[in-house]
Design a protein around this ligand. Structure first.
Ligand SMILES: Nc1ncnc2c1ncn2[C@@H]1O[C@H](COP(=O)(O)OP(=O)(O)OP(=O)(O)O)[C@@H](O)[C@H]1O
Ligand SMILES: Nc1nc2c(ncn2[C@@H]2O[C@H](COP(=O)(O)O)[C@@H](O)[C@H]2O)c(=O)[nH]1
Length: 188
């Protein structure tokens, strides 16, 4: 098979908090439930409606320490006061079975994946503008003002790192971006 038609097997989706990563992925998976998304572990408290084992594995600091110590995380990072990590085994099982895998993680995690799995494709989701990013993050209504500030501070660093990624998608239309991501993953 020609190299250009090979299916990319691991795709990392990153971008500043509030840009719409979860919204795009949820839209994509409604049409294509076969796209497997890694469920991360986090020390963040659940938001209303978030379910353990579905949106995240919600753990305390001690449990997260153990995941790190036991080598159970493929990557992990501290983001805006909480820790987040990708459980290694489930990802490796899927990749071993030849299935496409999607990670939705922050810039620090994307950099770690680039180091450990250079064959992964890194996709950056960018906002149409800074003002729109602030509007989305604030409008979501899930974070206190001081947490929004921390996330926006991190967003400046993340936006400055766009050139480290293989591809940038601008999230103007959820549907368009979901289709572009599917095409990059060779699912549709
Ligand atoms: N294309 C879009 N146009 C307008 N609003 C959007 C668009 N995409 C997402 N949103 C809205 O922006 C807000 C943030 O989206 P979402 O929670 O998916 O972001 P995220 O990147 O996953 O954030 P985080 O990294 O903090 O988890 C939500 O209220 C969502 O409905
Ligand atoms: N490095 C990692 N980052 C992750 C992981 N899971 C999620 N995230 C990123 O954290 C921020 C904040 O998420 P939120 O749900 O609290 O809004 C966001 O950028 C996520 O993409 C992970 O396993 N590793």
């Amino acid at each position: 098979m020609a190299a250009h038609s090979a299916r990319p097997r691991l795709t990392v989706l990153s971008g500043p908090s509030g840009v719409g990563k979860s919204t795009v992925v949820a839209h994509m998976r409604k049409e294509h439930p076969e796209v497997w998304l890694s469920v991360s572990a986090t020390t963040r408290r659940p938001r209303p409606g978030e379910r353990d084992g579905v949106h995240y594995f919600f753990v305390d600091d001690g449990e997260f320490d153990k995941l790190i110590a036991n080598g159970e995380l493929l990557e992990w990072a501290e983001f805006a006061g909480n820790r987040y990590g990708t459980p290694r085994e489930a990802v490796m099982d899927r990749l071993g079975a030849g299935e496409p895998v999607l990670l939705e993680i922050d810039l620090q995690g994307a950099r770690q994946i680039r180091e450990s799995m250079p064959e992964a494709q890194l996709v950056f989701l960018a906002p149409p503008s800074w003002e729109e990013l602030v509007r989305r993050l604030t409008g979501r209504g899930t974070e206190a003002p001081e947490v929004i500030e921390r996330r926006l501070e991190a967003a400046r660093t993340e936006l400055a790192a766009e050139s480290e990624f293989d591809t940038t998608l601008v999230n103007t239309s959820v549907e368009d971006v979901a289709n572009e991501l599917l095409a990059l993953m060779r699912v549709a």
